[in-house]
Design a protein around this ligand. Structure first.
Ligand code: G3P
Ligand code: CA
Length: 248
């Protein structure tokens, strides 16, 4: 299998993790995409990668200090290109609507929540995602991933039937990583491409886990990883890995 996973939608063609970035995927034969879910101070679940608003919106500050009012007025498009001015930060409900309309398979990454209210917000994020995932059409494949094992454990307790992935950065992968993966009951391991060796790929596969690798933007590295037996890659330019849909 050579699974191409569009990372944050199509972030070369539209601002990452926005509805425009997701909708553009439908012009291509893309079957999987990845996106990030996080939460504001007042427990609004939103689609954003960073734990600050600064890089991808015209607002600033940490999410755990941001309210829904700020999210409502945030422009998540102008930083990318003026033609995307007024693009909003998607809410969780909008992501679910897109998934059900497009029927695209999705990897939803639960972002770790920081700050003083981190535990309360993390629990709220997990609960709200659990409720929302129940609204996804059963034909859609869903993988929930996180760098945070505790959030995955809590999510798995609420939604035991889902597929789960533990994310590792290569500098944090440690010898007893299977203990964490097995304690969660995850069947996927998502590893960082930079520095990833064939030997670790072999070990992960021999232990029976599915393996997707992030973030792979060149064909050469993608081919190398696929030849090693990696199942899927997350890429920022999925449009260059698949064909464009033909308009009838
Ligand atoms: O899920 C793969 C990848 O997205 C994890 O890293 O920082 O891009 O969310 P990051
Ligand atoms: Ca991510």
């Amino acid at each position: 299998m050579r699974r191409i996973i569009a990372h944050r939608g199509l972030p070369q063609l539209a601002p990452e993790n926005t509805l425009s970035a997701f909708e553009k995927m439908q012009d291509y034969q893309i079957e999987w995409f990845e996106t990030d879910v996080s939460i504001t101070k007042d427990e609004q679940v939103i689609i954003i990668h960073d734990d600050y608003l600064d890089r991808t919106t015209n607002q600033s500050g940490p999410l755990d200090q941001a309210t829904s009012e700020i999210v409502d007025i945030a422009d998540a498009g102008s930083w990318f290109d003026p033609s995307f001015k007024g693009e909003r930060i998607p809410r969780l409900e909008e992501l679910i609507t897109f998934i059900n309309q497009s029927r695209m398979n999705v990897n939803i990454e639960l972002k770790a929540v920081t700050g003083a209210a981190g535990n309360r917000l993390a629990d709220s994020l997990v609960k709200q995602l659990s409720d929302a995932i129940q609204l996804i059409n059963p034909a859609v494949k869903v993988i929930v991933s996180s760098f945070n094992p505790l959030m995955l454990l809590k999510m798995k307790a609420l939604q035991p039937q889902l597929e789960y992935a533990v994310l590792f950065e290569n500098h944090t992968i440690y010898e007893d990583w299977p203990l964490i993966v097995d304690a969660i009951g995850a069947n996927y391991v998502h590893l960082e491409s930079d520095g990833l060796t064939q030997s670790l790929v072999k070990t992960v596969i021999e232990r029976g886990y599915h393996l997707n690798v992030w973030t792979v933007n060149t064909k050469d590295r993608a081919n190398e990883l696929f030849n090693w037996g990696v199942e899927g890659i997350f890429t920022d330019n999925a449009e260059s890995f698949v064909a464009k849909k033909t308009v009838v």
